[in-house]
Design a protein around this ligand. Structure first.
Ligand code: BG6
Length: 493
């Protein structure tokens, strides 16, 4: 593999919530990996901030422990580790109190012209307050950026409030709303596949594509995130953001360039073209489920209610939807979307199924002619497989066989598969918003999701139960089988 290492300019990364789970699991390991790759300049500074009292030395020790846990052994190099730890410092700060802010200002003012990134890895309720403080202390310079994690609101109205609060301190060109799915290699490859080849684009429409499936299946339960998850559910947690974003990249028109606004303009048009699902049609187009006790991840697991200690919860841990993009390119092509926790397998993939051949010239005993299928596997076994019909080699007459043209990335990334956060964290420093969500996209996605949520809330029905370790409620199978199609479930295809 030929890597291209493009170092970024010196920066100050201020991570609010610097002692939290996201920082320890994802952000610090991602930055460390990029340091190891030679992309971070030694003058770069990472300033962690949180309410806890801690010295720089204690924070470095905490980071060292986190890196031992979340960076594979073979990527841990003492020299790089020490250089990385030297970039770190710690500030004890409270978004709601005045103490500590002056010290942060003094530290940042040492080089006011540097790129500054404020990563808000904090509870959504603190975003407003933090942005006010940053503005009040004149910490927002022209080269400053702010990074927001999801959830951005829980419906359109609350998302607007968050966006308004952030807009009081930052311009839209300074706001980086993370959807980590956009940083995944296969997702970026979908754009390469579509727009760096002539092969697919002429076929990429309702005349040639029968339907699209997008599945994000997890084997994990909600674990320790119950208090957040129970107020969210799969529709808000996964569909509003990750799945809608994947759908956009499949369905969008070719942007005129890879520039952030060109790409985001096209994605926005897709979201706005999604046919409404509301109380008039939700019973035919949506399924919600909740896992019961079963077997997953190699052992017996409790049901959702037991796991979070709220036996009567009606929060959905599974969603299946039949969506449609109402425009010339896609009218009549169903997009079946599905996500859930405690499913049979951990797999995220986009499957494009092309139309059946109009007429077979081959005798019946030649074998079944399956529809061509393009499978983009996000995880695990990242790669792309184009399934085609061929003749089996050798004697025996015309024996047709369905085989994949396999473009696996696993081999190219034999050493290490980069985490989505690595690319995104550096894009913030570079000021490249292509893989980040713009305000209007987030709000348009909520505008599509809200009526589904309202229809569900309105009927008061409980989500359909499914046994942990299966593919979700039987109603989800019926949703697609009613149309004479099936979910794509074979891990190797
Ligand atoms: C997060 C959701 O955004 O994505 C989680 O809040 C989910 O509930 C996670 O588990 C899945 O991400 P990945 O990268 O593990 O597929």
């Amino acid at each position: 593999m030929t890597y291209r290492v493009i170092p970024v300019e010196p920066f100050d990364y201020v991570v609010f919530g610097g002692t939290g789970d996201l920082a320890r699991r994802k952000l610090l390991p991602a930055l460390y990996h990029r340091m190891l790759d030679g992309q971070l300049p030694p003058e770069g500074r990472i300033i962690a901030a949180s309410r806890r009292q801690m010295s720089d030395a204690e924070y470095r020790a905490m980071t060292e422990t986190a890196l031992k846990e979340f960076v594979p052994q073979d990527a841990r190099e003492e020299e790089a580790l020490q250089a990385f730890l030297k970039m770190l410092s710690y500030r004890s700060l409270d978004a709601q109190k005045e103490e500590g802010w002056d010290a942060l200002c003094a530290e940042l003012d040492e080089d006011p012209d540097r790129v500054r990134a404020y990563y808000l890895a904090v509870a959504p309720t603190l975003v407003d307050e933090l942005c006010r403080r940053l503005a009040h202390h004149c910490l927002v310079t022209p080269k400053s950026r702010v990074v927001l994690e999801k959830p951005i609101g829980r419906d359109l109205a609350s998302a607007r409030k968050v966006n308004d609060a952030v807009a009081m301190a930052f311009e839209e060109s300074q706001i980086f709303r993370i959807d980590h799915y956009l940083g995944k290699e296969t997702v970026q490859n979908l754009m390469a596949l579509r727009f760096a080849n002539t092969l697919f684009e002429p076929l990429w429409n309702s005349a040639h594509i029968d339907h699209v499936q997008i599945t994000v299946a997890e084997t994990l339960g909600v674990g320790s995130r119950g208090s957040y998850y129970d107020t969210s559910g799969a529709l808000r947690d996964m569909v509003q953001n990750h799945i809608v974003q994947l759908l956009c990249l499949v369905a969008m028109e070719p942007p005129d360039s890879f520039d952030a606004n060109s790409v985001r303009d096209e994605k926005l048009k897709v979201i706005r073209a999604l046919k409404p699902i509301d109380e008039s049609n939700y019973d035919k187009l949506t399924v919600r489920g909740q896992y019961r006790a079963g077997a997953a991840d190699g052992g017996a697991v409790p049901g959702y209610g037991e796991e979070i200690g709220a036996a009567k919860s009606r929060t959905e841990t599974f969603v299946a939807l039949k969506a449609e993009v109402a425009n010339w390119r896609w009218a009549g092509v169903p997009f079946y979307l599905r996500t859930g926790k405690r499913l049979a397998e951990r797999v995220s993939e986009i499957v494009i199924t092309f139309r059946a051949i109009p007429h077979s010239i081959f005798p019946k005993d030649s074998g079944i002619i399956s529809q061509n299928r393009l499978v983009l596997r996000l995880q695990p076994d990242e790669g792309v497989r184009q399934w085609i019909m061929i003749k089996d080699p050798g004697p025996g007459g015309m024996r047709l066989n369905y085989v994949p043209l396999d473009m696996s990335f696993a081999e190219s990334f034999a050493e290490r598969y980069p985490d989505a956060y690595e690319r995104l964290l550096l894009d913030v420093i570079r000021g490249n918003q292509t893989l980040f969500m713009r305000r209007d996209e987030v709000e348009a996605a909520w505008a599509w999701i809200d009526p589904i949520r309202e229809a569900w809330d309105g009927d008061g029905a409980a989500p359909a139960p499914y046994t942990a370790g299966t593919w979700g409620p039987s109603a989800a199978i019926a949703l697609i089988e009613r149309d004479g199609r099936t979910w794509h479930e074979d891990a190797l295809s």
